[in-house]
Design a protein around this ligand. Structure first.
Ligand code: URA
Length: 242
């Protein structure tokens, strides 16, 4: 949607409208390399990726932000964290100002693929139980999973205070290390992996989310790092976990 530059910068997370107006008037902003000092200049629809420059730092315009973070342990998936720093502490300030939400939370101690977005429609699609989007986890167990426990996870286990059994879509021990388990779920109940494994008598020592749909945690994305998702990545999110 065409909009005045000051509004566009505000929407991209550069501050309040007033702050953005000032940045622009002081000649500190450029759109696609061209300095613009008029806060009310109408900017036509920009393609995603267009370079906005503020104080010499380049920021790629995205109408809606969708990012992947490799979450380290020790961070809360909340904008108002209580006992640990929130994941927003790992991200540029623009994302907190844009009020990016976590797409399905991870526990404080869980690591791995965490998506954040300000696209409400996408958020709903990704967390809606009706969409059945798979999430794949790698769990480090204190001892190898037995075949009987594997079968129970696949047929369904009752979790404390719940009436509907929790069912894993796939459960596969790692070929080289029997204490490592890959588990695929289509729901996102509280502490679900840890509780399901506890229900069949196993303790999870470490947990990492390695894929959502067919989008895998990028191997070159180190813990604490993030990246933008593009249209190809978004398509993968909606596809089956391989
Ligand atoms: N299941 C858990 O137990 N913890 C998570 O963080 C995600 C799934």
């Amino acid at each position: 949607m065409p909009q005045p530059l000051e509004r566009l910068l505000q929407q991209q997370g550069f501050g309040t409208r007033r702050e953005c107006r000032r940045l622009i008037r002081e000649g500190r902003c450029a759109v696609a390399g061209a300095v613009c000092a008029d806060p009310f200049q109408i900017i036509e629809d920009l393609p995603d990726g267009t370079e906005l420059t503020v104080d010499g730092a380049v920021w790629p315009y995205h109408a809606k932000a969708v990012i992947a973070l490799n979450k380290p342990a020790g961070y809360e998936c909340s904008r108002n964290p209580k006992h640990h720093p929130g994941v927003h502490a790992l991200l540029p300030l623009q994302f907190s100002r844009r009020a990016l939400e976590c797409v399905g939370r991870l526990d404080v101690e869980t690591t791995g693929l965490l998506l954040l977005t300000d696209d409400g429609t996408l958020l709903h699609q990704l967390i809606s139980p009706r969409k059945n989007i798979s999430k794949r986890y790698r769990a480090q167990l204190s001892e190898p999973l037995t075949e009987a426990a594997r079968q129970k996870l696949l047929t369904g286990v009752l979790l404390k205070n719940e009436v509907k059994p929790a069912v894993a879509k796939a459960v596969a021990p790692d070929e080289r290390d029997a204490k490592i388990l890959y588990l695929t779920l289509t729901e996102g109940r509280y502490h679900q992996v840890r509780r399901m494994l506890a229900a069949v008598g196993f303790h999870v020592e470490a947990l990492c989310r390695v894929a959502i749909g067919a989008y895998g945690l990028p191997p070159d994305l180190r813990e604490g790092q993030w990246r933008w998702l593009d249209a190809t990545d978004l398509n993968l999110l909606m596809r089956e976990t391989p």
